[in-house]
Design a protein around this ligand. Structure first.
Ligand code: HEM
Length: 109
């Protein structure tokens, strides 16, 4: 598939991810649709990420992105178990996504 189309869809996944995190972490939504959007957008981001990587690559930055992706995936549990304030979870997810964007754009290693 066209790389630009894949990038656009990767970003669409990120938009949906943060819509869901905004609803659950900032607005306190318990709606099932919000947590479903969290899971669906994460899967979309991951699948399209690997589709863009294509053939096995000698680079390593994407492994760090995988860790950041995993963190954003489990982070809502930190708020659910009252280990962190929801706004703090949101801020950490935003920082993780910023780092993921930097890695995707710069591909430093
Ligand atoms: C929530 C986590 C993630 C965020 C916020 C994120 C964000 C981004 C952004 C902003 C870009 C730049 C798009 C552009 O070039 O205009 C990008 C590119 C990319 N990302 Fe992600 N990403 C995430 C997770 C992943 C994962 C898990 C993978 C791999 C399994 C991945 C693989 C890639 C690849 C291959 C590119 C394209 C690099 C290129 O060839 O230009 N991303 N990502």
């Amino acid at each position: 598939m066209d790389l630009l189309l894949l990038k656009t869809l990767h970003l669409a996944g990120v938009f949906a991810l943060f819509a869901s995190l905004g609803a659950t972490m900032l607005a306190g939504s318990k709606a099932k649709s919000a947590s479903m959007l969290h899971g669906i957008s994460l899967v979309l981001i991951l699948l399209i990420g690997f589709a863009m990587l294509g053939k096995p690559t000698p680079m390593h930055w994407w492994k760090v992105k995988l860790g950041l992706w995993l963190f954003i995936g489990v982070a809502p549990v930190l708020a659910k178990r009252k280990l962190l304030a929801p706004w703090m979870v949101f801020a950490l997810c935003l920082a993780a996504a910023t780092a993921a964007a930097y890695l995707g754009l710069r591909k430093p290693f």
